[in-house]
Design a protein around this ligand. Structure first.
Ligand code: G4P
Length: 526
């Protein structure tokens, strides 16, 4: 039987992130194909929300329903146990993605060679940078016309604010794309478009090997040698330590759709990507090697079917061993909980699991006792630091339309907030409740769910706000003076913290000028 250390060392838990359409779903599917978790392309249903459906969120939820099955995709690859955590493609659900990033040990970013770095990628990279998550970049769609790879590297570096180091290099792109030279392994992979099979690999001794000329032609071989010389001149040797610190991103080129460059990526990934690492809790650092079990809830998936109201809480195992039917402490409530049917996904099948190791994700059936960020332990009072809440982008007053159902509405709002669907602010001046989201869709989701799951009806009323700012000051008097002056715009978040609701960027700038002793934050942890 493998020891805990062996189990930990062979685990790779990561997420693939990208701007919609860059190829995240396609790449995920190809990785599963290599892992033997699926056998034909097309088996993974995209949880991408189709563009036509943006106004029809029920359709989106139906599509999202599929994502329960693909929330975590576990499979074995050689000696490694790989866990891919799925993230929603639609940007209105970006909060879900941020939270999933708290549960991964590394990230693969997919970038479209023609489009370069796009908005969503930039935002997600900020979260990675904040958490110092190691990232590998896969530049996709080399079979299509795109930008010069050197330009792409420059853009990655400046837009994502991270040093880069190519570990593979394309020979032409678009119609003339011939293959990729694998700098990491010193081999040549020739491009034969095929959606099902692996590319053809040519063994070469070194970059001067005449076999390269024979395979790709003299001109392209000469250009390749020139490019590689330039790369060696410009970019320092790849340093795995720098990658692990989140300071340097290795870059691979390929075409996910044609299964090209994917195996190279995967082989290098399992070798260099981190296994579960120590995690900061409020009280202390928790090492995966510890004997006692610890884990935290990073996602709650509600069942939209009113006949089956249960949720699944997804828990990342941080240390020790999780065992079925063992008693674990739910730190927030102090209760001991036992789980008779924890689940995990292995090779696309949902199974009840008897045990799970650090890096693994277990799904725990839940009916309302969990909240995002909750910690479970073998008994210790620990609190893992979650991801801070960010200022929402959109705000609306939520109003009760059925006075008989006020209690149901309150309960529903509270539970939906616990699930992390949106953020609730209560105006300190008039007690009105304001819901903040990252996208219009959440308002529709909340209204529908309140009605169907809690029997509570609500309506939205407009409020024009620019940002929610968490405020603090070392000077209690200054804080009191600010709150007095801005009393109509002061709110309390769900944790009871003071939040200033700025209705325009001008107002915020003025507030900063007038109250230099107050610090304004766009996220809830500072
Ligand atoms: P996403 O999850 O990041 O949103 O992207 P997804 O994998 O769904 O890919 C977006 C589109 O790009 C898909 O086409 C997909 O087939 C295509 N694609 C992915 N990788 C490559 C590649 O290496 N080369 C080329 N040429 N295309 C690629 P679609 O037409 O939007 O969807 P579908 O109807 O083909 O599924």
């Amino acid at each position: 039987m493998a020891t805990q250390t062996e189990e930990i060392n062979r685990r790779r838990t990561f997420a693939i992130i990208s701007h919609p359409d860059a190829g995240k779903t396609t790449l995920t599917e190809k990785l599963l194909l290599f892992g033997g978790a699926i056998h034909i392309a097309g088996a993974v249903k995209s949880n991408k929300i189709k563009k036509t459906a943006t106004s029809d969120w029920m359709e989106i939820e139906k599509q999202r329903g599929i994502s329960v099955a693909t929330s975590v995709m576990g499979f074995n690859y050689g000696d490694y146990k790989i866990n891919i955590l799925d993230t929603p493609g639609h940007q209105d659900f970006a909060e879900d993605t941020y939270r999933t990033l708290t549960a991964v040990d590394s990230v693969i970013i997919v970038v479209d060679v023609a489009k370069g770095v796009e908005q969503q990628t930039r935002k997600l990279m900020e979260v990675c940078r904040m958490r110092r998550t190691p990232v590998i970049i896969f530049v996709n769609k080399l079979d299509r016309e795109g930008r010069d790879p050197f330009d792409i590297l420059d853009e990655l570096e400046s837009e994502l604010k991270i040093k880069v180091r190519p570990l593979s290099w394309p020979i032409n792109i678009g119609a003339k794309f011939k293959g990729v030279y694998n700098i990491y392994e010193h081999s040549l992979d020739l491009f034969k478009p095929d959606k099902q099979k692996v590319s053809e690999r040519v063994e070469i001794d070194n970059i001067d090997d005449p076999r390269i000329d024979a395979e790709v032609g003299e001109n392209d071989a000469a250009k390749l040698r020139e490019d590689l010389e330039l790369i060696d001149g410009v970019y320092p040797e790849f340093d795995p330590q720098e990658y692990l610190k989140g300071e340097l991103a290795p870059v691979f080129f390929g075409s996910a759709l044609n299964t090209f460059g994917v195996k190279e990526l995967l082989d290098c990934f399992v070798e260099i990507a981190p296994s579960p690492r120590p995690i900061e809790a409020v009280e202390r650092e928790v090492n995966p090697q510890e004997e006692g079990f610890t884990g935290f809830v990073f996602k709650i998936h509600a069942n939209m079917d009113p006949n089956h109201r249960s949720c699944i809480a997804f828990v990342k195992v941080c240390s020790g061993k999780f065992e079925r039917n063992s008693g674990y402490k739910h730190v927030r409530s102090g209760k001991i909980m036992k789980f008779a049917a924890p689940t995990a996904f292995m090779a696309q099948k949902k199974n009840i699991v008897d045990e799970a190791w650090p890096g693994d994700i277990v799904g725990l059936p839940d009916n309302g006792s969990f909240k995002i960020g909750d910690t479970l332990t073998s008994g210790e009072n620990l609190h893992f630091k979650g991801l801070p809440s960010f200022s929402p982008e959109m705000f609306k007053y939520i109003e009760n339309t059925d006075p008989m159902k006020a209690k149901q509405l309150d309960k529903g709002i509270r539970q939906l907030m616990d699930e992390g669907v949106a953020q609730l602010f209560t105006n300190q001046f008039n007690g009105r409740k304001i819901i903040g989201t990252v996208g219009q869709l959440q308002f529709e989701v909340i209204q529908y769910r309140l009605l169907h799951e809690y029997g509570a009806s609500c309506r939205w009323e407009p409020i024009s706000l620019y940002k929610a700012c968490w405020i603090e000051s070392d000077d209690a008097e200054a804080l009191a003076a600010f709150k007095k002056r801005k009393h109509q715009f002061m709110a309390t978040d769900i944790e009871g913290r003071d939040v200033f609701l700025a209705d325009s960027s001008y107002v915020l700038t003025m507030a900063r000028q007038d109250f230099p002793k107050i610090r304004f934050h766009f996220s809830s942890e500072f």
